[in-house]
Write a new protein. Structure first.
Ligand code: IVH
Length: 660
């Protein structure tokens, strides 16, 4: 079959699978099969760029980086909705509607908590996406909207239209994102709404692409004197075009609307995404013109807003957690209360500034709520109930090792800088063994704490000498011979993990899972990172200043190098094994790029080299196998010639790639 046909066929298939997975929530093939097709399409498009189109599913991975956001004027303003806070507000709304019209019914939809956006299609192709902005003028977010899998890049019909809806992040994606950020010591998003908004307002679309955003469409933009369909017919029509639409229910009377709205509130936690209300709309769109608008909102719709679930309880104590990096987090120990289906007995107080700003004191009655429905948080002190509670004072010394605490540069947090603080050491061990790091099954928090307290585990090295204590360990209550043997087996097999897991496990500040992979892939071996320089690190995609500084500092510390050498002596693998092609044309070769290439960007050339098993480094040395020199190559080329390193021209490079 020729490439053009196969590309068209793959595009259609993948679009259908994307639709089933992301819109219908009903996948029909496995991830592996899906990836195979996507890889085939990516390869074909790479080999035959003349058939690559903007609406190809391969174009959802992001990559476009903007200098700034362009303003977009909305053809028809994006209004907001008036709010109803209880049943009587809903009935009053119905009374107002009845003043204008008498033969009508209602549609009730869940109010998804995300951010409003508009999508414009021309002849069935997505051409523009914009945020609501101030309602009149928003920002162009086309590059990011294209990465949202439930947003069709092309519709089932070649129609030109504008639709509006809500971009959001479901709870699971939000939790996974925050978990990742916590590991990378990045600030957490407070709730899925902020996470979605933060992702959409990124200039680099790779970020949005990595964030599992989603979008429900709830309206078709039409002039009120042009409409013919009802709202429910409109939603069905949009669904047929391929959009993911908000589920709706139709009702004839306000009584049923009230009942349905309250039912949605009651069941709000059954949704996979956060909803903050129910939207009630008159179904007959041809009546909208008659019912009319206020300056800000339509009079034919209203948002029934849920009550925020806040619960009163007492702060029994304030305790302090010492994190892996020494950061001190005050935590409120609460009189246990039920909130949104679970019992809460602790709430984060973030830092001392937060406590002082809210004037929170031990013994206070406070209102708590689940921030973003997930992490419990103290909202406010109930001051009327305050007795003689002492004002809060922050600890000045580490609760575990008594070292005087220091302030971080931002002054927000306090931390313990004692490298042998037991709390930090235990946390570091827990992190090292955790699932996303070295993944040592059986070495969880409890055992680590116990072995730490008993002296078997003091630092990471001791994990790999635990077998020396096997005879004593098996006699301990609670551990049978079998479980210890299993644990030792898991420890042994962790030695052959690929280097990115070890790198992540070392717990270097700002080096999360993804950066670890990027660095391990780039350097090939942790030993090759010892000499890393800030400038070289910064030249790597994904590595910013903070990360570069932190990595350089880590690898210029003698103790850390000694740790790596000891681990290596104990048999722990230091090399990146990930996807290195062991039989590529550049396997085991180190290549330096210099000058301007005509047919490739730097990144593309690097990708091709890595795909062929090679490694790209930034400075020329005797260890360099080739220098790939483009136009205007400068000092690196001279150095290669001085050292006698082979120099490849772009033509040589292409010939080698093609000869394989
Ligand atoms: S209809 C005139 N339907 O709620 C505005 N809005 O202020 C018509 N929202 O910013 C909006 N779910 O982004 C509508 N099913 C839904 C919605 C919904 C969420 C958001 C919308 C708007 C806000 C209302």
């Amino acid at each position: 079959m020729d490439a053009e046909k196969r590309i068209a066929e793959l595009k259609e298939k993948i679009n259908q699978y994307d639709y089933e997975y992301h819109v219908l929530d009903d996948p029909t093939i496995s991830d592996v099969e899906y990836d195979k097709l996507l890889n085939e399409l990516t390869q074909l498009e790479e080999d035959h760029p003349q058939y690559k189109r903007d609406d190809s599913p391969t174009q959802r991975v992001g990559g476009k980086v903007l200098d700034g956001f362009t303003k977009v004027e909305h053809s028809i303003p994006m209004m907001s909705l008036a709010n109803a806070f209880d049943e009587s507000d809903l009935r009053a709304f119905d009374e107002r509607v009845r003043k204008y019209v008498d033969d009508y019914s209602y549609v009730v939809e869940a109010k998804v908590d995300g951010l409003a956006a508009s999508l414009i299609y021309e002849e069935g192709k997505l051409v523009r996406a914009a945020t609501r902005g101030n309602g009149q003028v928003g920002e162009d977010i086309t590059h990011n909207a294209r990465t949202i899998k439930s947003v069709p890049l092309s519709l089932n019909k070649a129609v030109s239209l504008e639709v509006r809806g809500e971009i959001f992040m479901n709870r699971a994606a939000f939790m996974a994102l925050n978990e990742k950020r916590a590991k990378a010591e990045e600030p957490l998003f407070k709730n899925p709404r902020n996470a979605a908004a933060g992702s959409v307002r990124q200039l680099d679309s790779k970020i949005a692409a990595s964030r599992s955003l989603d979008m429900f469409i709830y309206s078709l933009v039409e002039r009120d004197d042009e409409v013919t369909m009802t709202q429910s017919e409109t939603i069905d029509y949009l669904k047929d075009l391929g959009f993911k639409t908000n589920p709706y229910q139709c009702f004839d009377s306000i009584d049923e609307v009230v009942e349905a709205s309250i039912a949605i509130e009651k069941n709000r936690h059954d949704y996979k995404y956060e909803i903050d209300g129910a939207v009630v709309k008159v179904n007959q769109k041809p009546l909208y013109k008659t019912i009319g608008y206020t300056a800000k909102s339509p009079k034919w719709a209203i948002a029934y807003k849920f009550k925020a679930e806040e619960v009163a309880t007492t702060i029994n104590a304030i305790k302090y957690q010492v994190g892996r990096t020494g950061q001190i987090t005050p935590v409120a120990v609460l009189e246990p209360v039920e909130i949104q289906g679970s019992t809460v007995s602790r709430a984060t107080l973030h830092n001392d500034r937060y406590i002082l700003d809210k004037d929170i004191r031990v013994g206070d009655d406070v209102l708590i709520r689940k921030a973003g429905d997930i992490i419990p948080e103290v909202v406010a002190v109930i001051e009327e109930r305050r007795d003689m509670q002492e004002p809060f004072t922050m600890i000045s010394h580490c609760p575990k090792c008594d070292t005087p605490l220091k302030r971080t540069e931002s002054k927000a947090d306090l931390y313990c800088d004692n490298p042998s603080c037991p709390a930090k050491k235990v946390e570091a061990l827990i992190h090292f063994a955790s699932r996303k790091a070295m993944n040592i099954e059986g070495l969880g928090n409890r055992i680590i704490e116990l072995f730490y307290n008993e002296g078997y585990l003091q630092d990471i090295r001791d994990i790999y000498t635990l077998q020396e204590h096997k005879d004593v360990l098996v006699t301990r209550a609670g551990f049978g011979q079998k479980s210890i043997e299993k644990l030792l087996k898991h420890i042994e097999s962790s030695k052959s993990n690929s280097a990115e897991l070890l790198l992540f496990g070392l717990g270097i500040r700002y080096v999360g899972e993804k950066v670890s992979r990027v660095l391990a892939m780039h350097y090939g071996s942790l030993f090759d990172m010892i000499e890393c320089k800030i400038e070289d690190l910064r030249a790597i995609d994904e590595v910013g200043d903070k990360i570069a500084q932190s990595v350089e500092a880590y690898f210029s510390n003698e103790e850390n190098i000694a740790l790596l050498r000891d681990l290596h002596d104990q048999g722990v693998n230091m090399k990146y094994k990930g996807h290195v092609n062991q039989s590529g044309i550049f396997t085991d070769k180190t290549i330096v790029l210099t000058g301007k290439l005509e047919h490739f960007t730097r990144d593309e050339a690097r990708e091709r080299i890595e795909a062929e098993g090679g490694k790209v480094t930034s400075s020329v040395s005797k260890k360099t196998d080739f220098v790939l020199a483009g136009e205007d190559a400068g000092s690196k080329l001279t150095k290669a010639q001085e050292l006698g390193v082979d120099v490849l021209t772009e033509e040589d490079f292409i010939n080698r790639l093609e000869s394989k």
